[in-house]
Design a protein around this ligand. Structure first.
Ligand code: PGA
Length: 227
């Protein structure tokens, strides 16, 4: 099965960067899902990329200054949305209840949901409890299929990654909590130097890549190794 490659640009690119990036990435032999800063989503869609938003609100429309709704995203041609990224949870204080509402609204609008879960270093010994809670509460009353991105918080942007054995064990644990064969992506410091080793982890369906994904050449290298 072809691996899913998700490029999370976070808040790192200008319009000019975006235009240069697309020129290079157009030649890639695989199809990444691009999560640009929302104001650039249409540019990626018009250039033929599968596009995701990095976040959405949990209402379709109304007086919510600064927010973007799943309904609006759908009308633009957005196909996926990341929900519950650890930066949203930590910096913007999103809790599982809000995340649950966001997922429901996104699914109602036929967006594919990538739910991010992960434990801090302090929670590492209890990761099963932490991840179960994020899944149970985040997916309360939701039957539709979603994609999980397992991103240990201590591995995001740090250059430190879990061992292949740890990723395998955690992915198997996550899968055991679902009634269907859920796709689990690994995320956290994936780059062109560690992807060869990471690809040995067969249980993961793909990768959510942050820092390394804003360089088109590096993203292409990563994609070529796994596809
Ligand atoms: P990173 O980010 O690849 O820069 O660690 C991953 C993420 O936060 O999605």
């Amino acid at each position: 099965m072809e691996k899913i490659i998700v490029a999370n640009h976070k808040m790192n690119m200008t319009l000019q960067d975006t235009q240069e990036y697309i020129k290079v990435l157009k030649n890639a032999s695989f199809k990444p899902i691009i999560c640009p800063t929302s104001i650039y989503a249409k540019i990626f869609i018009d250039s033929g990329f599968e596009t995701a938003l990095q976040n959405v609100y949990f209402e379709n429309k109304g007086a919510y200054t600064g927010e973007i709704s799943p309904w609006q995203a759908k009308s633009l041609g957005v196909k996926y949305v990341i929900i519950g990224h650890s930066e949203r949870r930590e910096i913007f204080k999103e809790d599982n209840k809000q995340i649950n509402k966001k997922i429901k609204k996104a699914l109602e609008n036929e967006l594919k949901v990538i739910l991010c879960i992960g434990e801090t270093l302090e929670q590492r010994a209890n990761y099963q409890t932490v991840l179960s809670k994020q899944i149970t509460e985040g997916l309360k009353d939701i039957e539709d299929r979603i994609i999980i991105a397992y991103e240990p918080i201590w591995a995001i942007g740090t250059g430190i990654i879990p061992t292949n054995e740890e990723i395998t064990e955690t992915t198997k644990f996550i899968k055991s909590l679902f009634s269907y064969d859920v796709d689990v992506l690994y995320g956290g410091s994936v780059n062109k130097n560690n992807i060869e080793a990471l690809k040995e982890v067969n249980v993961v369906s793909g990768y959510l890549i942050g820092g390394a994904s804003i360089y088109a050449e590096e993203l292409i290298k990563i994609g070529e190794v796994v596809s």
